[in-house]
Design a protein around this ligand. Sequence first.
Ligand SMILES: *Cc1c(COP(=O)(O)O)cnc(C)c1O
Ligand code: SF4
Length: 460
Amino acid sequence: MSALHVVPNDPIVPKKPPVDPKTLGYRELLRGAFWQRIPAYASVTEEQFLDHNWQAKHTITNPAKLLAALQNLVSPQFIEDAEQGFKRAPMTIRVSPYLLSLIDWEKPYEDPLRIQFIPVASRLLPDHPKLDLDSLHEQADAPVQGLTHRYPDKALFLALDTCPVYCRFCTRSYAVGIDTDEVEKVSLKVSNERWARAFEYIRSRPELEDIVISGGDAYQLRATQIEEIGEALLGSPNVRRMRFATKGPAVMPQKILTDHAWVDALTRVVEKGRKLHKEVVLHTHFNHPKEITGITEDAMNKLMERGITVRNQSVLQRGVNDSPETMTELVKRMGHVNVHPYYVYVHDLVTGVEDLRTSVDTALFIEKHVRGSTAGFNTPLFVVDAPGGGGKRDVHSFEYYDRESGISVYQAPSVKPGQFFLYYDPLHQLSTAIQRRWADPGEHEQMIAAAIAKAKERVR
Ligand SMILES: *Cc1c(COP(=O)(O)O)cnc(C)c1O
Ligand code: SF4
């Protein structure tokens, strides 16, 4: 008798219990004229709201416009708090009507979208002493201005320095956006000459196979510029893969539905790449399930029909997506609209946004819950982008992690062999005794040296 023969009176395997319908909520996407709740958009039609030009034209660029759009939906105290917040922020304000309409203005302090794009002074926290404006040292690894060549076979091309939205947590706040009271920026304007130098460098390095086109944001490139970059890179024999990076689908999916010239240009580059057996994809940046609506679904369906792959990179942020439930819902909802979750970044060590950071421990905890909830290829890798230019490391791969001092130590043998890269958990989550040590610069070196000594014991 075969080992697989089933004995008739075997106990029946218990069935899986029915799922709680709430766990399928990720499939329910917001539709209807939700924007009409905002006083300024009360009579805006669907046709207007779907028009990317209308969205761009009505984008909020200062606190006065914010107040005008919301009228009496929020208290004057909140607007004052936001005004003070912007004065101290490294980024300027830029919020599309779409994004503004998705914020719950009855609870603006808790809203995950408000938290990401509109700073309020009353919630800001003092920076960790080790924070830095260009924490990834992108400029130090740039052979040409705006082209970072850090990894062996890939490079990051910062084509321009504007975005359809400005995120508080931007890693590139050293360059992206216009100067603020707090920060004078490095200029990365669109420039034929700078672009030509970048393309020339890429051609001159046979090991470069993979180019990320970012900024700023590919949404801000004109259709002709998308094709210009596409042609130049597809024409470089060494380039095998390209990705256009844009936050656009998360903040203005309308463009994909109504900016036909832009989507057609992208499609032509993708198709040309396909004929050359080179991969051209779109990378986007959803951070919260609320950012994915029926409009997003329509936009992603259009890209799906065109055969354009979309991947996602999220940033883990306190009060936004730092719970297993929210992150799982985000991951499942992205899968539902055919966006592949690729990375979840532990927040970079940028200044002015200490309130948004989470610890490495939080990332480990959330990852444990997300993994297993859906297909493995739709499960994001949680990474720390090693401060100082070590590149992205699996959050679990620290050589040493002292939860008490909040220091984790990473290595990156294929990127910068022999070096140690340190990440620092947010101050406000550490004990008061340790906070006191971080307040004394004389103690920093001791804490860091102790962590590195421990890491050295482990390194192979
Ligand atoms: C993130 C990044 C890349 C791309 O890295 P992947 O892990 O392949 O997504 C390339 N260059 C730089 C400088 C980067 O920061
Ligand atoms: S869209 Fe990206 S580059 Fe632009 S501000 Fe946001 S995080 Fe920074």
